[in-house]
Design a protein around this ligand. Structure first.
Ligand code: SAH
Length: 221
């Protein structure tokens, strides 16, 4: 069982995501657990302030360290994780982080608890990356509005690497070869010439010749 604790100022973004399909089933079967936490719950002022202006000037606001630190502290102490070597990993999302790849999904799936910190606005006080997080992850060389989409990508890809999450183990981590399903021939009409065009499934896949099919898959996979 792996537990994901997501710290965000927009927990609602995750509601549909965590309650459909494989993630819903995985939670029901107690293979994974996804808990959403509103960062504002760890503020202490009347206005529940989570952000402030950057020192040295510049546009926009940063998420402050105090509520994030308190959130991580409380989520770390609240959930006792197994006493095995790999227990808890605290992850911050940033476009300046290390690029996330399949090997990371596999590696992170061995932990008991992942605490995922979603940035917003212009980002997060750098001390969170420096002192609070165990690692900083980017999901690609582009800038998102917040870490929520990055957290979703990590939750899905890590969950797939948890034993029993995917019924067919072989398909969990495969970068598939091209695949087709019925019909064998799909007919469309050309917009320009009004002629019929046939989009066909490669013949070899219909041949029943397993050796040839395997070769074809290796070639195009
Ligand atoms: N100016 C900031 C970008 C802020 S984007 C900077 O250079 O770091 C706001 C938040 O979205 C970030 O704090 C981060 O949590 C998230 N984010 C944006 N792009 C991301 C990416 N490619 N991978 C992971 N998280 C990202």
């Amino acid at each position: 069982m792996i537990r994901f604790d997501v710290i965000t100022i927009f927990p609602e973004i995750f509601r549909g995501f965590v309650s459909e399909s494989l993630l819903a089933r995985g939670q029901k079967k107690k293979i994974i657990k996804i808990a959403l936490h509103n960062l504002r719950d760890w503020t202490t002022d009347k206005h529940k302030t989570v952000d402030d202006k950057p020192y040295g000037g510049g546009p926009g606001m940063l998420l402050k360290i105090e509520p994030l630190y308190r959130a991580v502290q409380s989520l770390s102490s609240k959930f006792k994780v197994q006493s095995s070597k790999l227990r808890r990993r605290i992850i911050l999302f940033s476009p300046r982080g290390k690029k996330f790849i399949q090997a990371d999904a596999k590696r992170l799936a061995k932990y008991s608890q992942l605490i995922l910190i979603c940035g917003r606005y212009e980002g997060v006080d750098e001390r969170v990356a420096g002192y609070v997080a165990d690692e900083v992850i980017s999901i690609g060389d582009y800038v998102l509005n917040g870490g929520e989409v990055a957290a979703m990508a990590v939750i899905e890809s890590v969950s797939r690497m948890v034993p029993m999450f995917i019924a067919k183990k072989e398909s969990a981590e495969k970068f598939d070869h091209p695949q087709y399903t019925r019909p064998e021939v799909f007919e469309v009409k050309s917009k320009k010439s009004k002629e019929k065009i046939l989009w066909k499934v490669p013949k070899v896949l219909l041949s029943g010749d397993h050796k040839k099919i395997k070769e074809w898959r290796e070639k195009y996979g």
